[in-house]
Design a protein around this ligand. Structure first.
Ligand SMILES: [Fe+2]
Ligand SMILES: [Fe+2]
Length: 301
């Protein structure tokens, strides 16, 4: 009988994530261990399995978000906050197909056609997602093109830069970790999150195209499942890099989202109106009463 798969990756100077095929995951602190007796000090070298690979990937995201757990902003959802989330969604989507194709052509040159094919497929699937965010903005009465041309939310910029850099690397395998991080978090959104947003918006107007498609109701869930299968099939050295980048991207994402969510409502409105160069009366719709479910930014790849 084949031995069950165990995988591990060192994501910080002293923390390793260890995951078993059965789905069990540990965070192992190496600081108290001597290198010669710690079996996880050396990089893993075996094969992957979907059960252990997803444990490492999701463990990396959880570990990164645990850093800001105590500082996590939970503002009441408002139209202005949703507009900024859509602008963020636009910016994290608009260059995705081009970036993924760039990484794909690099893997083609490196003699890794299977990675190139995976990235090409992802580029096809992500094409047009920026248009969904623009349509939602238009449905809200916002001149979307003008707004996105003049405004990248500060907390979103580092994420966009990270993906640009990863896809331009000589060995751009980290781009898969970044994409996984964004898609996995988007896929956590449920029907009730979408209903919360729709309830803020004028009746009879569809303002959640992007959000639906980047949620558990849309294509994100299958993108996540496909990525887990694919990453599990990669050599150990690639899986290590993908998990490490998932962790780094999640750190950037956690800080960036929180930066945006900590802004006050007047600050958010001022940023939008400054970018538009005019008053935006549609921003002054009161939000739902306290206690309604918090809406996390709609950003995704
Ligand atoms: Fe996706
Ligand atoms: Fe997308």
């Amino acid at each position: 009988m084949a031995r069950p798969v165990a995988e591990w990756v060192n994501v910080t100077d002293d923390i390793s994530i260890i995951a078993r095929e059965s789905g069990e995951v540990w965070f192992h602190n190496r600081s108290g261990e001597k290198g010669d007796i710690d079996p996880f000090a050396a990089p893993m070298g075996g094969v992957g399995s979907p059960g252990s690979t997803v444990g490492l990937l999701d463990g990396a995201i959880n570990l990164a978000f645990s850093n800001i757990e105590k500082r996590l902003a939970r503002p009441e959802p408002t139209v202005a906050g949703y507009i900024v989330a859509l602008v963020g969604a636009y910016h994290t989507s608009v260059d995705t197909p081009r970036n993924l194709r760039r990484a794909a052509s690099r893997f083609e040159k490196l003699g890794r056609p299977e990675v190139a094919a995976y990235l090409e497929e992802r580029a096809r699937e992500e094409t047009g997602h920026d248009r969904l965010a623009l349509k939602d903005l238009r449905a809200l009465g916002v001149p979307g093109e003008r707004l996105v041309a003049n405004f990248i939310p500060e907390g979103i910029k580092p994420l966009c830069n990270r993906f640009d850099e990863l896809c331009a690397e000589d060995y751009p395998i980290g781009s898969i970790g970044y994409s996984y991080c964004l898609e996995r978090i988007a896929a956590l959104k449920e029907k009730s999150d979408i209903e919360t947003v729709q309830a803020l918006c004028p009746d009879g107007v569809d303002t959640t195209r992007f959000l639906r498609s980047h949620s558990s109701l849309g294509s994100e869930a299958s993108h996540v499942a496909e990525t887990i299968e694919f990453v599990a099939s990669l050599p150990a050295s690639d899986r290590i890099k993908v998990v490490q980048e998932t962790y780094q991207s999640a750190l950037i994402m956690a800080e960036g989202y929180n930066h945006e969510l900590l802004k006050s409502e007047p600050q958010i409105r001022a940023e939008i109106e400054q970018a538009l160069g005019e008053a935006a009366p549609y921003l002054h719709v009161p939000g739902p009463s306290a206690g309604q479910k918090h809406y996390a930014a709609a950003t995704a790849d």
